[in-house]
Design a protein around this ligand. Structure first.
Ligand code: NDP
Ligand code: 8X3
Length: 251
C-alpha cells in the first residue's frame, strides 16, 4: 500500500478538501466523521479516481469509540504516515454570561479532547516506526481572541499549545508536528456555529472574498510534501481582505 493518511472530519469543508488533495497526490486515505452517508459518497468519489479509501465512522468526543475504531483498522491500513486533526467546530456566539454549557462542552470535547484521543492512538504507531507527521488544524482564533469568541478561541488556543507540547513529546521519534491556522473559510463552519441558521452564516462571508476549503488543503499539502528534514511548524493563512480575527475590508 502507498503512504496512508487519516483525516478527521472528512465529511465536509477543510477535511473533505484535504482528503481529496492527499488522495490526488497518491495517499491511501482513511476518512472519518460521524455522518456515514457522507463518508460513503466521498469514498465513491475518491475510488472513481483510483484512490484507496477506508471509512471510519466515529465521534472524536467518545474515547472508547475512538480507540475501538482505530484498534479495528485492517493490517494494511495501520501504518498511518500522516494524521490530520481537523474535526472541530464552533457552537454559539454569546458572551460568557449568556453561554450555553452544551455548546461549551461540544467545543471543548471535540476540539481539544477529541484531538488528544486520536493523537494518542495514532502517535503510538508513528513512534514505533520512528516516522510520521501530525497536522493540527488550529485557527486565527488560536492566535487572537475576538468578542463572543470566548470558548471557541480558548479551544483553538489549546490546539496551539498542544501542537507545541506534542512537538516536544514526539521530537525524539522523528515525528513532524504542524499547525495550520486558517482565517475565514466558507464551509459548514458558520452554519454549525449558528445552530443551522444559514442566512446568519451566509452574512459572515458577504462583502469580501473569503478562503475556500481547497486553499487550506493546499497549505496542508505544502506542509506534508516538504522533504524529511523540513517541518512547517505553523502557518497562519487568511483571506487578503482579512487583517485580524474580526477586521475585514468589506465592500
Ligand atoms: P465543517 O463544519 O465544514 O467541517 C467540520 C468537520 O468536523 C465535519 O466533517 C464534521 O463531521 C467533523 N466533526 C465535527 N464534530 C465531530 C465529532 N464530534 N466527531 C467527529 N467529527 C466531527 O467546518 P470546517 O471544515 O470549516 O472545519 C474544520 C476545522 O477547521 C475545524 O477544526 C475548525 O475549527 C477549523 N477552522 C475553520 C475555519 C473556518 O473559517 N471555516 C477557520 C479556522 C479553523 P461530522 O459532522 O460528520 O462528524
Ligand atoms: C474559525 C475562524 O474567526 O470564526 O476558526 O474564529 S473564526
Amino acid at each position: 500500500m502507498e503512504k496512508i493518511a487519516l483525516v478527521t472530519g472528512a465529511t465536509s469543508g477543510i477535511g473533505e478538501a484535504t482528503a481529496l488533495k492527499l488522495a490526488e497526490n497518491g495517499f491511501g486515505v482513511i476518512i472519518t466523521g460521524r455522518r456515514q452517508e457522507r463518508l460513503a459518497v466521498l469514498k465513491n468519489k475518491l475510488e472513481a479516481n483510483g484512490s484507496h479509501v477506508l471509512t471510519l465512522c466515529f465521534d472524536v468526543r467518545d474515547e472508547e469509540e475512538v480507540n475501538t475504531a482505530l484498534k479495528g483498522l485492517p493490517p494494511e491500513w495501520q501504518n498511518i504516515g500522516v494524521l490530520v486533526n481537523n474535526a472541530g467546530l464552533a457552537a454559539g456566539f454569546e458572551p460568557v454570561q449568556q453561554g450555553d454549557s452544551v455548546d461549551w462542552n461540544r467545543m471543548i470535547d471535540t476540539n481539544v479532547k477529541g484531538l488528544l484521543y486520536v493523537t494518542r492512538f495514532v502517535s503510538q504507531g508513528m513512534i514505533a516506526r520512528k516516522k510520521g507527521h501530525i497536522v493540527n488544524i488550529g485557527s486565527i482564533a488560536g492566535k487572537e481572541v475576538y468578542p463572543n469568541g470566548n470558548v471557541y478561541c480558548a479551544t483553538k488556543h489549546a490546539v496551539d499549545a498542544l501542537t507545541k507540547g506534542i512537538r516536544f513529546d514526539l521530537l525524539p521519534y522523528n515525528i513532524k508536528v504542524t499547525q495550520i491556522c486558517p482565517g475565514a473559510v466558507e464551509t459548514e463552519f458558520s452554519i454549525v456555529r449558528f445552530h443551522g441558521d444559514k442566512s446568519r452564516a451566509d452574512k459572515v462571508y458577504e462583502g469580501y472574498e473569503c478562503l475556500v476549503a481547497d486553499d487550506i488543503a493546499e497549505c496542508i499539502w505544502f506542509a506534508v510534501s516538504r522533504p524529511p528534514h523540513v517541518n512547517v511548524n505553523d502557518m497562519l493563512v487568511m483571506p487578503t481582505a482579512q487583517a485580524s480575527a474580526s477586521v475585514f475590508h468589506k465592500i
